[in-house]
Design a protein around this ligand. Structure first.
Ligand SMILES: [Zn+2]
Length: 232
């Protein structure tokens, strides 16, 4: 096989490798973002759940407090009606003492209820915010993943077409060279590298001047001393 044809095939092959690597990147980016955004969505859903739980806790605490307040008020009404009926002073003092104690308890409960109402308000605001955060993120995720999925689809199509084209190009090369390129491609998809200003663009190593000169003469197939890729 004529060396000119081999080198021309290798040039074509290098360009195809570049397209295939880009297509694989697009597919992997989509997968990674999908994973990342999925985790983010779960985190935000957790935040929402925790915020809702805080609202529920404050609501049920408030309900309990309300019940106790009613009980205290009922007891106070009971003592008041008893006070109207008691005959002697000693009993009246005892009922009045009870009334005073219930009055203190009612005041304490009312103060507690006020505090809880403020807590509930804050919890509801936080829950609303967490829900809004979740919805916003969900919308962003849908948009971003949609774009990435389209790129990944294009990448998958390019991969399928490119893989076929790669087989065709490799078949044009002498068997041992094709095998070698395929083995080198196994690492990161690139079996052929370009020489740019004496540097291999596969490993960014400087090629010895004599080898670089050989690449320029275009009479033989040269391999990089650094990474082993075929150099064109
Ligand atoms: Zn190299």
């Amino acid at each position: 096989m004529e060396i000119k044809v081999v080198l021309a095939t290798l040039v074509e092959l290098a360009a195809l490798e570049e397209r295939l690597v880009a297509a694989r990147d697009a597919r992997d980016r989509h997968t990674r973002r999908d994973d990342h955004l999925g985790a983010l969505g779960r985190e935000l859903a957790d935040d929402s759940r925790v915020a809702r739980e805080a609202v529920e806790q404050a609501t049920s605490a408030l309900r309990r407090l309300d019940r106790e307040l009613h009980e205290v008020e009922a007891a106070m009404a009971d003592r008041q009606s008893r006070l109207a009926k008691v005959a002697d002073d000693r009993q009246a003092v005892a009922v009045r003492n009870e009334l005073a104690a219930f009055g203190c308890r009612r005041e304490a409960l009312e103060a507690e209820a006020l505090g809880l109402l403020a807590t509930l308000e804050r919890a509801e605001a936080a829950a609303g915010e967490a829900d809004a955060d979740g919805s916003r993120q969900e919308a962003r995720t849908r948009t971003e993943l949609g774009t990435l999925a389209a790129a990944a689809d294009r990448g998958a199509a390019a991969l399928a077409a490119g893989t076929e084209e790669m087989a065709r190009l490799l078949a044009l090369l002498p068997d041992d060279l094709a095998r070698y390129v395929r083995r080198m491609q196994g690492r990161d998809g690139r079996g052929v590298a370009m020489l740019r200003d004496g540097v291999c663009d596969g490993c960014f190593g400087q090629l010895p001047a004599a080898l670089a000169a050989e690449v320029a003469r275009r009479q033989t197939v040269v391999k990089c001393t650094g990474c082993g890729r075929v150099i064109i």
